[in-house]
Design a protein. Structure first.
Length: 298
């Protein structure tokens, strides 16, 4: 399916992923872009407010706009907030996604749902799509239930799990990279884990992968992530090299030294062979991606 000239609904367009995706879809597509508490979406889109916990509003918005494709990126994304308000997390992340999947099926819209490596418990790493998911947190559990709903309802739907995303962020939502650069640029120390392994991915690469998944007529569950496995501390060092920040501001810590509300997996790295063999997708290497971002932000 070519995305050109399609009517596309992007939920969560005020967030870092939805923002980058909406910008990339323009001007070829007609983009309906939703926000919730931050009324800021890319220029050129049709901006609409949507609170996923309002079921009637969600149904009305989808049916009035009749999108050909729905990229469902909106979610409660802070694992600690999800843990503290599990009812809301389930309503926003799971029940609303279930509703979107039903509506997409009724309307014949293609649904793409973005999920996370935090569906895994992190005990082994290099997870494939058919490995058993055992989330350690309400966030991971809410996203896993949402995945199951999407895959159970819409035969043609796509669920794409990803790892830690980095990029410029939107006007109102940063990424792991901008949290690091904000601290270091301000001369503040940044504590980073030396023992949590992820395969970080450039947001723009993930956007390209989502579009390739639709244009390649994929369906089902896929893992999309960067090609290098790094700890957050190693990522911080790469940031210092690319941006010229002082590496001594990075403070190595262990996950055991930090008390989060929600538990995090130690090694939730994703195996991406299924996706890379189905498409021509090649993620950018971290050093090259960070050098590009440093030049853009200079
Ligand atoms: N960032 C990562 O490292 C990462 C990794 C793996 C998977 N993912 C997945 O990728 C997707 C996008 O993440 P992101 O990094 O772009 O997150 P983000 O920057 O935190 O943005 C979240 C978006 O969801 C919207 N939202 C939150 N609660 C809502 C509600 N009740 N009703 C409607 N919209 C609501 C926010 O709107 P307002 O800001 O306007 O309230 C915002 O647009 C999520 O599904 C996430 O699970 C992210």
């Amino acid at each position: 399916m070519r995305l050109d000239s399609m009517r596309v609904l992007v939920t969560g367009a005020s967030g870092s992923l939805g923002w980058a995706l909406s910008r990339k879809l323009l001007p070829g597509c007609e983009v309906v872009a939703t926000y919730n508490s931050h009324p800021s979406v890319p220029a050129g889109t049709e901006a609409l407010r949507l609170d996923l916990s309002d079921r009637d509003a969600l149904g009305d918005l989808c049916r009035q706009n009749k999108p050909d494709v729905i990229f469902h990126c909106a979610a409660m994304t802070n694992p600690d907030e999800c843990e503290q308000d599990s009812r809301r997390a389930l309503r926003v992340n799971f029940e609303a996604t279930l509703e979107i999947a039903r509506i997409a099926k009724d309307m014949g819209s293609r649904l793409v749902f973005t999920s996370t490596d935090l569906v895994f418990d992190g005990s082994k790493g290099d997870y494939r799509e058919d490995d058993a998911a055992r989330p350690l947190s309400i966030y991971g559990m809410s996203k896993l239930r949402a995945e199951e709903a999407v895959l159970g309802i819409g035969a043609g739907s796509i669920v794409v799990r990803s790892s830690l995303m980095y990029g410029m962020g939107s006007e109102t939502s940063g990424t792991f990279l901008t949290r690091v650069t904000d601290a270091l640029a301000g001369g503040r120390q940044m504590k980073l884990f030396t023992d949590q392994r992820r395969n970080p991915i450039l947001v723009d690469d993930f956007v390209g992968a989502l579009m390739a998944a639709v244009e390649g007529d994929l369906s089902g569950l896929y893992h999309v992530a960067g090609r290098e496995v790094l700890t957050r501390f190693e990522f911080g060092r790469e940031v210092c090299r690319a941006f010229g920040y002082d590496e001594t501001l990075l403070v190595p810590i262990s996950m055991e030294d930090f008390s989060y509300v929600a538990a995090r997996p130690l090694d939730s790295t994703l195996n991406t062979e299924k996706f890379t063999s189905a498409t021509a997708f090649q993620p950018t290497g971290i050093a090259e991606a960070l050098a590009g971002l440093a030049a853009e932000m200079a």
